[in-house]
Design a protein around this ligand. Structure first.
Ligand code: GTP
Ligand code: MG
Length: 198
């Protein structure tokens, strides 16, 4: 799919104020600093559509970006910045759980995972929460440029094992990306195009 237009529409902390058109949307979620905003810029080929930072906690609101006039990418704040591990619901701002529980336009959540790290409890908790909430999701491994190709495969295999140990029957649909190198862009866009076409 070619990206012809990508425009910022609105930021807010209230799901009832998100755009109310019946257009499909894809949300990017994951730990602070995992690369959600960078991936939105990479996919849309725009340098600074979404604001990025080397410091965690940059994105603070629900941000809607309208693509090709007929679907949305949604940038969300990260979780897991707080040092103390609490339950997903407590760690998360209520407006984010509201978003996942009430947003009818959401067709798929992309859960971003730093490919370099061992499976983190907070990500597994969040994935389980999406399962319980019945939100369709894919896993997007980020920062693949930071490790070798062989290590990428190893890390994915380890992640799969961890999910199976957490009562998932199969590894969900997943993508390997690098925002600095453009890796995974075509695969993600093809997937979105397929879902948009139903
Ligand atoms: P919050 O908004 O704070 O939750 O963070 P975020 O998940 O939106 O992360 P962001 O896109 O702001 O990126 C965080 C840092 O990681 C920045 O310094 C990016 O340049 C860097 N980064 C993001 N993606 C990649 C990648 O694929 N490769 C490399 N090498 N660095 C990346
Ligand atoms: Mg961000």
């Amino acid at each position: 799919m070619k990206i012809n237009t990508a425009e910022f529409i609105v930021s807010n902390s209230d799901v009832s104020k998100c755009p109310n058109e019946p257009l499909p949307e894809y949300a990017f979620i994951g730990r602070s600093n995992v690369g959600k905003s960078s991936l939105i810029n990479m996919i849309t080929n725009r340098n600074s559509l979404a604001k990025t930072s080397g410091k965690p906690g940059k994105t603070q609101l629900i941000n809607h970006f309208k693509i090709n006039e007929n679907w949305y990418l949604v940038d969300l704040p990260g979780y897991g910045y707080a040092r103390v591990s609490k339950s997903t619901k407590e760690t998360f701002q209520k407006f984010i759980t509201d978003y996942f529980e009430r947003r009818e336009q959401l067709v798929c959540a992309f859960v971003l995972i730093d490919i370099r790290l061992e499976a983190q409890k907070i990500d597994l908790e969040f994935i389980n929460y999406l399962g319980e909430t019945e939100v369709p999701f894919c896993i997007v491994f980020t920062k693949a440029d930071k490790i070798s190709r062989g290590k990428v495969d190893q890390h994915i295999a380890a992640y799969r094992k961890k999910l199976l140990a957490n009562n998932w029957e199969e590894m969900p649909q997943h993508f390997v990306t690098s925002s600095t190198e453009g890796t995974g862009r075509d695969a993600l866009l093809s997937y979105i195009e397929e879902v948009n076409q139903g």
